[in-house]
Write a protein that binds this ligand. Structure first.
Ligand code: GRF
Length: 216
């Protein structure tokens, strides 16, 4: 059984999707810890409801981001993890963490990277009247939202779509793609080899896994 930690800062709907898929056996892994930098993150309740260990490393308790990252690094090192899953974790990881765990940390970002790294992706899509929006799952590197891309899911936007509706549709794709990628990583069907992603026994000839259009 692979050991994974999920890092959150907020509501944790992605965390919930991952918990559900671990419990059903779809993902062959145990979530050994849900870690939050925010003591009020609702995702912590989701973990507790499922008897998963929680850890708070409150970023506000540290004078600098470097010190917070040192605390986070020291804790992560104690866990003997196969995979670190960022699911709405709103802190930027230090180079020490991204380098030490390179190939073992993944993130989900609500845009079709390399478009719109950083915050407010949904607002930017609406403001720019983009016809497509989507999500990207990628390995985490030192540069924000820029590590090797594992999979993307795209949806068409509607004219004058309400931002909450758009976010809701983006969440729906996230809850499909993220567990799917985690499942394949835990089965060693996806891994990073010399900065190149290897896909084993996954039908990617038609690029359907790497970039998929969703009718949601
Ligand atoms: C998701 O949209 C994810 O892409 C982004 O943060 C959001 C987290 O949502 N990184 P939730 O806490 O999982 O509901």
């Amino acid at each position: 059984m692979k050991k994974i930690a999920v890092l959150i800062s907020g509501s944790g709907t992605n965390l919930q999707a991952i918990i559900d898929k671990c419990l059903s056996g779809y993902i062959e892994a145990e979530i050994v810890c849900v870690l939050s930098n925010d003591p009020n993150a609702y995702g912590l309740e989701r973990a507790k409801l499922n008897n998963i260990k929680t850890k708070i490393i409150n970023s506000k308790d540290f004078e600098t981001s470097d010190l917070f990252n040192e605390g986070l690094y020291d804790y992560l090192k104690t866990l003997d993890l196969d995979l670190i899953v960022l699911a709405g974790f709103m802190k930027i990881l230090s180079g020490t963490i991204t380098k030490t765990f390179y190939g073992k940390i993944i993130n989900i970002h609500p845009s079709l990277l390399p478009k719109y790294p950083g915050l407010d992706t949904h607002k930017k899509v609406i403001k720019n009247k983009d016809s497509l929006h989507g999500v990207s799952v990628h390995y985490v590197s030192e540069e924000l939202d820029a590590g090797p891309l594992i999979a993307q899911g795209a949806i068409k936007t509607y004219k004058d779509e309400d931002i909450d509706d758009l976010i809701e549709r983006i969440h729906q794709i996230e809850h499909i793609i993220y567990p799917e990628v985690i499942k394949f990583i835990c089965k060693k069907q996806i891994y990073l080899d010399s900065n190149k992603i290897v896909y084993k026994n996954i039908n990617i000839n038609n690029k359907d896994f790497i970039y998929k259009n969703y009718e949601i």
